[in-house]
Design a protein around this ligand. Structure first.
Ligand code: HEC
Length: 573
């Protein structure tokens, strides 16, 4: 998304030049040999000290050619906290079959140049004039843009798949035992630097009740919310099928109706597709609603677009008129293009963009006020300024700064977000709650207000991350809450519960983690975390939370099921 781990084998959009996938030769290692090593490592515990020596200095394994535990990253990801992320079995598979699940942002690309050279490596930086690759030997390669003939995606990891067989099965098991020791030092969440908060489970866990029968499963749903004007009905968005469904409760169970199919208008693939919907505050009378999805322009550039559409007079279907595009922002990579749009209590539309992808925010979009990426934008869809399909609200926070630097985008409301995949406004207080997906160590929950700089890529969580784009005099707003990767690796922002059914949860922010599927409740008071509780574990990957017209909550499982969040047997205490 984003997302940290939706499947993603697509090349950067900017290079979309009739590229095709490179044939996979993933079966290069004989399956029985892989199986023998796997079985041995599962059955025989290893010696972590011996494994550390192998990791650090074995001449054949060469792990440290590409990996460090912490510090400046090499061509492979840092391995700090790897044991929090993977079980022993998963670690074994990561090393025996590196190409089976490639860490997002670490895919290999193959760059062909006009003079017939081929360069293979991970794209680690994209600039206007050139791209930088980092290859197997950890060498940086610069390729000038005009020299590029084509860039092909690869489904192969940069990590060789023959490494384990350089050592004996017992030594392989030792190596895994060492990786199993690489936990992050902390096991609690944080409400400030060095201010840990315990995260106990509530006594009676919440229930995730499927809203529909198994046969009604959706194709990778990414969103669900109430449909204004149609009490009790919900809409569900399918990510790559590009359909919107309306769910209607009837006496004989839930019935689904097609609300809209816009397959032909959406550029989908990997993390691209239909991402979000927002109904105009006056939808019941003006029938206007807005979508966020990727589009591909005639010159093959992929953009994240915000479009307006209209519903039929009974509000139960899309009216079938063409979309009106309000804005389109180039999506430099398949990940971190935002995905959420929401109207605030002020009637303005808030549009969150991620840093545009790869890892580390290589182009410094986070702190760059001249680009929409990594920003929360705020626009007025009821008026139009000259040359725009919308108007700039007169009280947007950076309008004054434009007198010194006219290139600052007037739409900007806040900056420094890495990937605000899901956010929502508290129905009662109007506070904007953002789940901001983290990189190496921390996932963030942020309260975002006008003019704030949320730090990326200078800060990740409460920790200093990089000085590369740190501008003198910048003031940063820390997250409200950050949790380390021992708890999860991709936050999914949720909602503050304002339903009537479960009073002990009133005012509790309910959110989750896509990777570990855990769901938490967070209690806040005056901008400080008072308590965090684990509420339960979702049966599927929670990609989004939904709220209906009565403030009751739902959770969207990316594997296809929409769940009602049943808090009735549980108590937040
Ligand atoms: C040529 C460079 C290279 C070498 C050598 C290498 N790796 Fe990797 N490794 C990578 C890259 C790139 C990735 C990320 C892509 C992927 O997930 O396959 C990765 C991924 C991993 C992951 C998963 C990380 C995650 O967060 O998902 C683990 C664990 C790992 N390597 C361990 C090792 C160990 C142990 C060795 C030594 C036996 C090793 N690697 C050797 C490049 C390398």
């Amino acid at each position: 998304m984003r997302q940290a781990s939706l499947p993603s084998f697509v090349l950067p959009a900017a290079f979309f030049m009739g590229a095709f996938a490179v044939p996979t030769v993933a079966a290069a290692q004989p399956t029985d040999r892989i199986e023998a090593y796997r079985q041995f490592a599962i059955e025989h515990p290893g010696n972590a000290n011996a494994g550390e020596q192998l990791f650090l200095s074995d001449k054949n394994l060469v792990c440290t050619n590409c990996h460090r535990i912490t510090g400046v990253e090499k061509s492979g990801p840092n391995l700090d906290g790897i044991a929090d992320k993977y079980s022993r079995r998963e670690l074994i598979d990561q090393i025996l079959r590196p190409s089976a699940s490639i860490k997002p942002g670490y895919e290999q690309s193959i760059v062909l140049t006009t003079d017939g050279h081929t360069y293979t490596g991970r794209i680690n930086r994209v600039q206007k004039s050139m791209i930088k690759l980092i290859d197997v030997e950890n060498k940086l390669i610069d390729v000038q843009r005009p020299d590029i003939e084509e860039i092909r995606e690869s489904t192969l990891s940069l990590m060789p798949d023959n490494l384990p067989f350089m050592v004996s099965p017992q030594q392989f098991s030792d190596l895994i035992a060492y990786l199993e020791t690489l936990h992050l030092a902390v096991t609690t969440g944080f409400r400030g630097p060095d201010e840990p908060v315990e995260v106990p489970r509530i006594k009676q866990l919440v229930k995730f009740v499927p809203l529909h029968p198994e046969e009604m499963k959706f194709s990778n749903p990414v969103w669900c919310s109430g449909l204004p004007g149609a009490a009790g009905q919900l809409v569900v968005l399918e990510h790559q099928e590009c359909k919107i469904w309306r769910l209607e409760p009837t006496t004989s169970g839930i019935v689904r109706h097609l609300f809209l199919d816009i397959t032909g208008q959406v550029k989908y693939g990997a993390n691209w597709g239909l991402m979000g919907i927002a109904f105009h505050p006056d939808f019941k009378t003006n029938r206007r609603y807005f979508l966020e999805h990727q589009v591909q322009t005639d010159d093959k550039i992929v953009k994240t677009a915000i479009v307006e559409r209209q519903a039929t007079a009974d509000l139960l279907h899309d009216a079938g008129k063409p979309s009106r595009q309000l804005m389109g922002v180039e999506a430099p990579a398949y990940n971190h293009n935002g995905g959420c749009i929401a109207f605030g209590p002020d009637g303005m539309l808030y549009i969150g963009f991620g840093d545009g992808g790869f890892q580390n925010d290589p182009n410094g979009n986070g702190q760059n006020m001249h680009v929409a990426l990594s920003k929360m934008l705020r626009i007025d869809v009821d008026h139009r300024d000259e040359g725009l399909e919308y108007a700039i609200p007169k009280d947007n926070p950076f309008l004054a700064a434009r007198q010194l630097d006219p290139a600052i985008l007037p739409e900007i409301w806040a900056l420094g977000l890495r990937e605000p995949w899901r956010y929502s406004f508290d129905m009662k207080t109007g506070n904007l709650w953002v789940g901001d997906v983290g990189q190496d160590k921390y996932e963030e929950v942020c309260l975002v207000r006008a003019g704030e700089n949320h730090g990326w890529n200078v800060y990740e969580g409460y920790e200093y991350f990089s000085s590369e784009y740190h501008q003198a005099g910048s003031k940063f707003t820390p997250p409200l809450y950050a949790y380390p990767h021992s708890f999860g690796a991709s936050v999914t922002g949720g909602h503050v519960y304002r339903g009537k059914k479960s009073p002990s949860f009133d005012g509790i922010y309910i959110f989750g983690d896509y990777e570990t599927r855990r769901v938490w409740g967070l209690k806040e008071d005056a901008g400080r975390v008072v308590a965090v509780r684990e509420l339960g574990e979702m049966p599927q990957h929670p990609v989004s939370f939904g709220e209906d017209d009565r403030g009751e909550l739902y959770v969207v499982g990316y594997e296809g099921t929409i769940y009602r969040l049943d808090l009735s047997q549980s108590k937040f205490e």
